[in-house]
Design a protein around this ligand. Structure first.
Ligand code: FUB
Length: 342
């Protein structure tokens, strides 16, 4: 059997040759692109992949990143500027290892960079760093956000100015080890291991106006199927794994995520940023590489998805970010994207 983080059908050797889009930057490896429009320009907050010489394992230890580079673009097909190191692990007082997928937000003249990293006890927490410049450099707060855990923060600010953080990831992201509200170091390495019970949910929490604290309790992002039933643990083709994102379109809230071991990007729609959400389907087929992680923005009247694959390296931990247009159909559904398209 293939190992956990091994690339399957979409491996470098088996991948089809034609790619829908080219890498946005070739000088460094980048992944997990969280894109935002700040000051009329696109800023991208990706992971900065490196080869730390750590063998692939089921825990994702080979994703051993040490810093973030912030990128920007004036236009979708224009040049990409690398603003250099925006935050380094050595400047995060509480960090141990593995700077994983970040996100950013803006409020009242301050930019916020949210990042997951393992603390010195090897437990993933979410930290926050601030800057007056969207390109950084960012200064990390001395402690992680109180009450935070797991990985992949995605911060969405609604039209009423309220901000919400979605976060979590199972398997190497440790979400399953928090099932009783406390970290269980001896807990499952994968998921709840209860196939016929509801799958673990992504988490959501409202942020205080200061953007650095949770305003209330952490809640489940409930995804129901068309019959109103929760997705089950065995439903690896549909259940949440990691890499959440929220966008609002025509007054509806689109919660999107990766199914991880089945390598799909999927979405669910709700009437509130807190859910519940109704499962809709796949909107992006598997990319080359094990992980798939995206963000969605509107820019100058069009919608775009930023994503990654492994076109440059063929290695699952050395990824490169890409962008392509995303279309909402007349009925509100998202048109399926094939990364080897058109
Ligand atoms: O980049 C490290 C991890 O891989 C991210 O946090 C996940 O979403 C996956 O892309």
């Amino acid at each position: 059997a293939l190992s956990f983080y091994q690339v399957k059908a979409q491996s470098a050797t088996e991948a089809k040759q034609g790619y829908l889009s080219p890498p946005l930057i070739k000088s460094i490896y980048t992944a997990d692109p969280s894109a935002h429009v700040f000051d009329g320009k696109i800023y991208i907050y990706p992971s900065h992949d490196i080869d730390a010489g750590i063998p692939e394992n089921d825990n994702g230890d080979h994703f051993a990143m040490n810093d973030y580079h912030i990128l920007s673009m004036d236009s979708i097909n224009g040049p990409v500027t690398d603003h250099g190191v925006g935050l380094a692990i050595k400047n995060i007082p509480w960090a141990g290892r593995q700077l994983w997928a970040p996100d950013a937000a803006f409020k009242n003249g301050i930019y916020y960079l949210y990042f997951p990293v393992k603390d010195k006890q090897d437990v993933f927490r979410i930290g926050v760093a601030t800057s007056k410049n969207p390109a950084g450099p960012f200064k990390a707060n001395p402690k992680p956000i109180a009450g935070s855990f797991s990985i992949d923060p995605a911060v969405f600010t609604d039209t009423d100015g309220s901000s919400y953080m979605y976060f979590g990831g199972i398997w190497g992201g440790q979400l399953q080890r928090w099932k009783n509200g406390k970290y269980d170091a001896n807990g499952s390495k994968t998921d709840l291991q209860k196939d016929d019970e509801p799958a673990l949910s992504c988490k959501v929490v409202k942020l205080k106006g200061n953007m650095v604290e949770f305003a209330g309790p952490v809640k489940d992002v409930v995804i129901l199927d068309s019959l109103g039933k929760p997705l089950l643990g065995k439903d690896h083709d549909r259940r949440f794994f990691e890499g959440s994102w929220m966008h609002k379109y025509n007054g509806k809230y689109y919660f999107s995520y990766s199914t991880g071991d089945t390598h799909l990007l999927e979405y669910a729609i709700g009437d509130s940023p807190l859910g519940p959400f109704t499962y809709q389907g796949v909107f992006m087929k598997p990319v080359q590489g094990w992980t798939t992680h995206h963000s969605i923005i509107e820019f100058k009247g069009k919608w775009y998805i930023f994503y990654h694959d492994t076109e440059l390296s063929g290695k699952t931990h050395l990824r490169n970010i890409k962008v392509t247009e995303l279309y909402h159909n007349a009925d509100g559904s998202i048109k399926l994207i094939d990364p080897f398209g058109p």
